[in-house]
Design a protein around this ligand. Sequence first.
Ligand SMILES: [Zn+2]
Ligand SMILES: [Zn+2]
Length: 284
Amino acid sequence: MDSHENYVYKTEVNWSLLTEGLTLPVENQVIFARNMGKFLHRGEVKPITLYLNGKGYRAQIRNVNFDSRFNRKNDTLQIRYTRNGHLAQALKACFSKSYNYIKAQREIRLRDNRSIIKLPEGYKEYLAIYTTAYEDTYILETIEAEDIISIKKAVQNQSELAMEAKFNYDIEDKTASIFEDERILKFRKLSRKIGENLKLFYDYRCQICGQYVGEEYGAKVAEAHHIDYFVQSLNNDANNQLIVCPNHHSIIHETNPVFNRKKLIYLYPNGVQEGLMLNQHLHL
Ligand SMILES: [Zn+2]
Ligand SMILES: [Zn+2]
């Protein structure tokens, strides 16, 4: 399951996803883009199979705007499935909490209001999409409200460094119960894949100092750091992760600098300010 062919995209549940499909920006998705570059040309539509809980569903993927010769910011793929068909029904069943919330909101709002209904905290659920060894086959994994409750309990007393070490390196948690394990492993795999994708995107260079670590030893060592600490925020989105060298990572956890999201700089307690030498995935 954890092979390198398996890559991920994480998206928050919304009405479109629950009924007919979703749009994936692929600008930072190295493996996805690699997979797609061979498989789909710009404007092309192809049939695909999506697996959810071991069951396969037919769908289509369309390459809306992807051409590897241009460094475009808005490369997107669209996945479409039959409106309210079998896959949509299965997704509604998995994401019953967000489905019921959005459905109720749609019923009480004005008819001409077509804005996207945002899920409040406690209702947010996510879909993760993994590529497989087959270009036309994807695996869908759900991060449901119940999963998030379990994860919250499991991480609340853990240190941020210990938690991140589990995402960055292969460390097993032997203290978790079997029941917790499934939910937590699912979440851990997702966090890890998002971090791994970003490491590939920056070619294992530190976003702060731009350095490669370990190259002269034939190794590449970079770590994914969570800007808002994961144990508090449970936020493993790419926009909460920074790829850093082990030195910068240790310094950040030792000194707890404040990250200014507007300027994309760290402000250390001794007054030192440090910007990002490399950044293409954190947006102002
Ligand atoms: Zn560094
Ligand atoms: Zn960290």
